[in-house]
Design a protein around this ligand. Structure first.
Ligand code: NAP
Ligand code: HSE
Length: 433
């Protein structure tokens, strides 16, 4: 009789239930492919008698982490609990005990990935985390393997489905931010407290993971520059469309050789993106990651960025990989941070900018504003003035700049804000080529 590979699940929520269901439904096919069956041996939960979308033998459920982590018969630990603690401690303990670990946890991997991967390799096992970015989209394995011969120049990604859904509704239906978010919450795409997604934290964790892999470094998530989407207004989408752009929350990482050596851009913020760009066409809850390598050129990975089945697809791919390594005695594929790269300051970013402002509608106003731009060496590319509010005697102006340093643009905005003809700066967005 062939010995099974035993799996312990830490968590039986959305993802854990998807993994358990796929293991039950595809058990035979998996056993045939692998040459050994995979058996669910223990499942850690908080509330054992809660109704679940999948039937799991009640005797497998436990609330005692020690009985799972200390079980010598468990070969692979799958962490799908989420959060930093106790997930990080459990992953460390499992690796320390020489277990393969598969995780979907972006927060743990962004904060502690390099340390945990080193621990795994010291113990002759591996830590696999395909589901931590882009759910079912293969991106971690391609970065580690298929693109390994490339020097990655940069990557740009839509890696938060909630915000992409909100932006798509704002664009297509002319909704304001609050209404689009409420719609996303009603449909279950956005959580009751949507801060993590809306303010870009989720995307920053995922970018830290991708950039660390792509550039063989460690990008701490707190060093990723981050802006969310809550400042966007319905008219930003109208102006963007008129100018030939879509608005997307992009996660961007680039490595450039500067006068002081190589340095990284790592940033998450809304951008104006040309409508014909591939990423501009990625709508709704879909995710997409575009990688530019010196050999391959530009490749785009697109698909569902959340959900029980797509995430189970990625988790189980890692489980199969670990099971194959165990079954055939294959050593884990090493990956290590090799270089320490400084993260560039946003002040040094050079790109085009979109600036929307509300001004008093009277003669000479544009000239005063234009002087602020000129004084800071920021060149204006185009100006739109629309929607004059005759009662309030105000007008809305949108200025597009030529490429300029962010420090200069911020100094310009500070000067413009001081003019008594300027009511408010409505928004300020970076433009991606
Ligand atoms: P979830 O539905 O909230 O499930 C969490 C599970 O972990 C629950 O079964 C919960 O037990 C258990 N759990 C939490 N804390 C625990 C503790 N201290 N002790 C024991 N059990 C505990 O979360 P999820 O959506 O499945 O997400 C899991 C992970 O996958 C997260 O890292 C998330 O970022 C990642 N991920 C999720 C998706 C997605 O589409 N949902 C996509 C990609 C990645 P009870 O059921 O008893 O409460
Ligand atoms: N909350 C994430 C999103 C899914 O909206 O994309 C899990 O990573």
């Amino acid at each position: 009789m062939v010995e099974p590979i035993n799996v312990a699940l830490l968590g039986l929520g959305v993802v854990g239930s998807g993994v358990a269901r796929a293991l039950l439904e595809k058990g035979e096919a998996i056993a045939q492919r692998l040459g050994r069956p995979i058996r669910l041996r223990r499942v850690l939960v908080r509330t054992p008698d809660k109704p679940r979308p999948v039937f799991v033998e009640p005797s497998l459920l436990t609330t005692d982490a020690a009985t799972v982590l200390e079980d010598d018969q468990v070969h692979i630990v799958v962490e799908v609990m989420g959060g930093l603690d106790p997930a990080y401690r459990y992953i460390r303990e499992a690796l320390g005990r020489g277990r393969y670990v598969v995780t979907a946890n972006k927060e743990v991997m962004a904060r502690h990935g390099p340390e945990l991967i080193s621990l795994a390799h010291e113990r002759g096992v591996d830590l696999l985390y395909e589901a931590s970015v882009g759910s079912g989209i293969p991106i971690i394995a391609p970065l580690k393997r298929d693109l390994a011969a490339n020097t990655v120049r940069g990557l740009r990604a839509i890696i938060n489905g909630t915000t992409n859904y909100v932006l798509t509704r704002m664009d297509r239906e002319g909704l304001d931010f609050r209404s689009a978010l409420a719609q996303a919450q009603e449909l279950g795409y956005a959580e009751p407290d949507p801060t993590n997604d809306i303010e870009g934290h989720d995307a920053a964790y995922k970018l830290a993971i991708l950039a660390s892999l792509a550039f063989y470094t460690h990008v701490p998530p707190d060093e990723v520059y981050r802006e969310g989407i809550s400042r966007l207004a319905a008219q930003d989408f109208r102006y963007a469309r008129e100018l030939g752009y879509a608005i997307k929350l992009l996660a961007i990482a680039r490595c450039d050789d500067g006068p002081d050596g190589a340095a990284l851009e790592a940033r998450v913020h809304p951008v104006l993106l040309p409508q014909e760009a591939l990423l501009a066409k990625v709508d709704g809850v879909l995710n997409a990651i575009e990688v530019e390598g010196d050999l391959v050129g530009r490749v785009v990975f697109q698909g569902p960025g959340a959900g029980a089945s797509p995430t189970a697809s990625a988790v189980l791919a890692d489980v199969l990989d670990a099971a194959q390594a165990l079954a055939h005695g294959r050593p884990p594929t090493p990956w290590r941070a090799q270089v320490s790269l400084p993260i560039k300051k946003m002040d040094d970013l050079v790109c085009r900018y979109y600036i929307r402002m509300q001004v008093t509608d009277r003669p000479g106003v544009l000239a005063q504003i234009a002087r602020c731009f000129g004084d800071n060496q920021v060149s204006i590319a185009s100006v739109i003035q629309k929607e004059t509010n005759e009662a309030a005697q105000t007008a809305e102006i949108v200025i597009m700049t030529h490429a300029a340093r962010e420090a200069a643009v911020r100094a310009t905005i500070a000067d413009v804000e001081k003019l008594d003809v300027v009511v408010e700066i409505g928004n300020f967005l970076r433009v991606e080529a």
